[in-house]
Design a protein around this ligand. Structure first.
Ligand SMILES: [Zn+2]
Length: 338
């Protein structure tokens, strides 16, 4: 199997693990003969073995664009299908010296990476690995520059934990990168809090007749039933995809009989002490992000000091780039459904 085939197989495996990737999040790359093969924006890693998800970018041109603080041109010498454009994180992949780079929105990593004391806690957890902490910064050129600085400071570093964001692991080939990802995941694993059982509510029946339903997913129901999870949610936005796909706050009502008080287009509502309801029209990207969010929240320790995104950061990630990111993630799923 050549390098690209290996990357596509690995990408599909990673993409189908909801503890690593949700919707179109995460991206993978391979450097081959001066070309950086990078996941296209909005593509789902989960479909790497059946959809076109990679685009070729000339590595030297990419690094030159970064040096000039310029965006990648729409086409370079290699060219790529007009409907695909390189991931917003292409520069981050380009600056890393390793052949294979995997960026995932690991649930366990994020549950650590939203903590104000993450660098200290991770020093203990990742002892012996060549890892670097990257404080939260915006995707694209700012994140690439932060990674480049960390990598220059320790050229052997092959694990980067991104504050309020996720994880990057690197390797000389797909096997070594995958093995390192597995090892980091093993070390950062956190057992989730379980949701309290709630007797079937009479509203459930009504919900099935309306636009709403109660998903039979423990992690989701814990958002409404677990007081610790509710407190964590109330504090603010933990990471960008939460805000981009679910909005800065999830609508909350004190009782399921007050659904008619919910306005707006949110695909989800939290009923205090009861659980979570989702709209029947919830999209695949919203659903994947919601489940990922619930899994992160129930892995954050009750006493954890949390570093939420600032208002400025939330506003920025929900701007134009966030809108495009969201739309392209939805579009790929519509194309597959059709
Ligand atoms: Zn990311």
């Amino acid at each position: 199997m050549n390098g690209l085939d290996s990357l596509l197989c690995l990408s599909a495996r990673i993409g189908r693990n909801p503890l690593l990737v949700q919707a179109s999040s995460g991206n993978t790359s391979l450097k081959l003969d001066g070309t950086l093969w990078i996941k296209a924006s909005g593509r789902w890693l989960a479909f790497a073995d059946r959809e076109e998800i990679l685009v070729p970018v000339e590595l030297s041109e990419c690094l030159e664009c970064l040096r000039r603080n310029a965006p990648l041109p729409p086409h370079n010498g290699n060219g790529w299908p007009a409907h695909l454009r390189p991931s917003i994180e292409t520069f981050m992949h380009a600056v890393l010296p390793h052949r294979v780079v995997l960026h995932v929105h690991s649930i366990n990593t994020i549950a650590w990476a939203v903590r104000a004391d993450a660098p200290l806690r991770l020093t203990e957890k990742l002892s012996g690995l060549r890892w670097q902490w990257i404080p939260y910064t915006f995707s694209g050129i700012p994140l690439a520059r932060a990674i480049e600085a960390a990598s220059t400071g320790d050229p052997a570093a092959n694990v980067f934990v991104l504050g309020n964001h996720g994880l990057v692991v690197c390797g000389d080939d797909c096997d070594s990168a995958q093995a390192l990802l597995t090892e980091v995941e093993r070390r950062l694993e956190i057992p989730p809090r379980m949701a309290a059982e709630v007797d079937s509510h009479p509203f459930d029946q009504m919900a099935y007749c309306s636009d709403w339903r109660r998903p039979e997913v423990d992690a989701l129901q814990a958002l409404g039933r677990d007081v610790i999870s509710k407190r964590i949610m109330d504090g603010g936005v933990l990471y960008p995809c939460q805000a981009i796909f679910l909005g800065p706050t999830l609508p909350r009502v004190p009782s399921a009989t007050q659904f008619n008080e919910i306005n707006g287009s949110s695909p989800v509502v939290v009923v205090d002490g009861d659980g979570v309801f989702t709209k029947k029209s919830i999209t695949a990207a919203e659903w994947a992000t919601l489940n990922g969010f619930a899994e992160v929240v129930r892995r954050i320790e009750p006493s954890a000091p949390i570093r939420y995104l600032t208002d400025h950061e939330v506003t920025s990630v929900m701007g134009v780039e966030g809108h495009h990111y969201r739309m392209s993630a939805e579009n790929q799923m519509s194309a597959i459904a059709n």
